[in-house]
Design a protein around this ligand. Structure first.
Ligand code: MN
Length: 190
């Protein structure tokens, strides 16, 4: 059984809040910054700015970057799964996603030097009029929103029972330390 490539969508609070759409190609993740995030509505065209390839481990990162110069540095894994590549040509990619929030056909098409457009293909998984980003803001791994991760609550009532979750009451220093550990394992960029 052939292993399908992975995809991951991370929500990243940097200089501006944006989504990072990453699609595995061999041992790297081809990456686009999508300011407004993906949509399941085929009428919605979302700007996708190509950025450098990332390591596979970068796509596993959820946490708070220790370098806060470019915004808070909070990253959550908003969606992930596998992808079937349908077409892969210069300036055009189409693929079928098998994620928890995103499923069915999508296309990425270059419309300018640093400008691609991400659209949902019209198929059975399309949901015209929907706003998946608003409906499902939370991490697919921990159940937390990026704000909850940023303001790690001192009680344990927040959603998410992820095993890597720290006990309640840890301070900012502990969060930063955790970020460093994850960074050390993962080699996170951008
Ligand atoms: Mn980013």
């Amino acid at each position: 059984m052939a292993l399908l490539p992975r995809f991951v969508v991370q929500l990243h609070d940097a200089t501006t809040l944006h989504f990072d759409f990453r699609l595995q190609s061999g041992d790297v993740l081809r990456s686009w910054a999508v300011p407004k995030g993906p949509s399941l509505d085929p009428r919605v065209r979302r700007l996708a700015v190509p950025v450098e390839d990332h390591s596979l481990s970068a796509g596993e990162f959820e946490g708070v970057h220790t370098d806060h110069r470019r915004g808070s540095g909070v990253v959550i894994i908003w969606d992930e799964g596998t992808a079937e590549i349908v077409r892969d040509e210069p300036g055009h990619l189409s693929f079928i996603l098998h994620g928890r929030k995103l499923s069915g056909g999508f296309a990425l098409t270059r419309t300018g030097a640093e400008r691609w457009i991400l659209v949902k293909v019209r198929d059975a998984d399309a949901r015209p009029g929907s706003d998946i980003v608003a409906e499902r803001p939370e991490s697919i791994r921990s159940g937390q929103t990026w704000q909850e991760l940023r303001d790690r609550p001192s009680d344990s009532s927040a959603a998410g029972d992820h095993p890597s979750r720290e006990p309640p009451g840890r301070c900012r220093r502990a969060r930063r330390h955790r970020g460093q550990l994850i960074r050390a394992r993962g080699g996170v960029r951008g």
